[in-house]
Design a protein around this ligand. Structure first.
Ligand code: F6R
Length: 359
């Protein structure tokens, strides 16, 4: 049950220190990634990786794909529903990774079947053991987030992103044209502290106060660059999904290429500055501020964007690979409190289902 919480979503947001600890458990050994189901050498024949996913899982895939690309692995991310028209050439050197919490999403299942038909090797990164997609793929990696009841994906996004970060380094170590990140040991040491850092956010967050302050706004924009970009997209998706308010996420540099026309005093801008070219995010946020918008900085305390911002949501200091996931926890809380103020049916938003089994 929901226990002490008013909604499953809140319970699931608050369970992330535990669900993330489960995701990580036993998968980092002696400063290296150790995946039982995918031992060293599992990916030596891979020369290109495709991610297929929908919705929140697509955002987790964008996150993982950036890490893989940074290691030099040829990578593309395709919305599962677009797989037919948007995927590049596929052969036996292609690894197609389905990122899917439920393992039952029809669009993702269809993409995996198509990839299999075209000769790709397939891997499921999923929360549900024995799900259709886990059964139909060559291999499966379980994210171990525990059952998620709220329709809006929260803890599973965090566990997917961490799982993909680990898989990306496993792949990078095996693929001959790639090199794992050079500060892998540091990155993995900070990963072990991620559950504690989430706890710190849960105990200190200003999200509720911020939600009250901006609840009457006309629209809510989220911007980020690099790893901050998928976080901005996910922040906006969660916000629109459970508040029914207009929310959009953009790559920071794109704001001025059209969306800026929507900016007024009534449109706060969440600026996710957690690594990537954050100067770009800051500059574009200030462009919006000049048109009257408030900047809500989602960043470490010592980030220069904080001085420019009206409000700050704090992200504990950690490796940039994990900082975006902490920013995302702050944004989950903002969405939750905003939806609660608006008295929305948070766990079951209108028109949405937990698993989408139609194409
Ligand atoms: C948003 C949300 C959806 C799912 C999408 C894919 O909060 O939950 O966008 O992420 O329908 O679902 P899975 O991951 O089960 O394939």
């Amino acid at each position: 049950g929901k226990g002490e919480y008013d909604h499953y979503m809140k319970k699931e947001i608050h369970s992330q220190p535990t669900s993330l600890a489960n995701t990580i458990e036993g998968r980092v050994e002696d400063g290296e990634v150790d995946l039982e189901a995918l031992p060293a050498g599992s990916f030596t024949d891979v020369d290109e990786v495709q991610f297929v996913a929908c919705g929140t899982s697509y955002h987790a895939a964008l996150y993982g794909a950036q890490l893989l690309k940074a290691s030099g692995v040829r990578t593309e991310v395709i919305r599962a529903s677009e797989y037919d028209s948007a995927s590049g050439p596929v052969d036996e050197g292609t690894l197609t990774i389905a990122v899917t919490q439920s393992g039952e999403t029809a669009d993702t299942l269809q993409a995996i079947r198509e990839a299999t038909d075209r000769g790709a090797r397939t891997l499921a990164v999923t929360n549900v053991v024995g799900s259709t997609i886990a059964r139909e793929t060559d291999d499966a990696m379980y994210i171990r987030a525990g059952p998620e009841v709220g329709v809006a994906a929260t803890k599973t996004f965090s566990s997917q992103a961490v799982s993909l970060a680990l898989v990306s380094q496993r792949i990078a170590a095996d693929v001959s044209h790639a090199t794992p990140v050079d500060d892998l040991e540091e990155m993995l040491a900070d990963l072990e502290d991620l559950p504690e850092h989430v706890e710190e956010i849960l105990e200190t967050t200003d999200a509720e106060r911020l939600a009250k302050q901006y609840i009457d706004s006309e629209a809510f924009f989220f911007i980020g660059n690099g790893l901050g970009h998928p976080v901005a997209l996910e922040g906006a998706l969660k916000f629109k999904e459970i508040t029914y308010e207009h929310a959009e996420g953009f790559a920071s540099g794109e704001l001025k290429h059209g969306p800026l026309a929507l900016v007024t005093e009534q449109t706060p801008i969440f600026a996710v500055c957690t690594g990537g070219d954050d100067d770009k995010t800051k500059t574009n946020a200030i462009e919006a501020q000049t048109r009257g918008a408030s900047i809500i900085a989602v960043s470490p305390d010592d980030h220069p964007v904080v001085d420019a911002a009206e409000v700050h949501l704090s992200v504990p200091d950690t490796h940039p690979v994990w900082a975006g996931l902490l920013a995302n926890v702050q944004l989950q809380l903002v969405s939750y409190y905003a939806a609660d103020l608006l008295d929305r049916p948070i766990d079951k938003p209108r028109n949405l289902a937990k698993s989408v089994t139609v194409e």
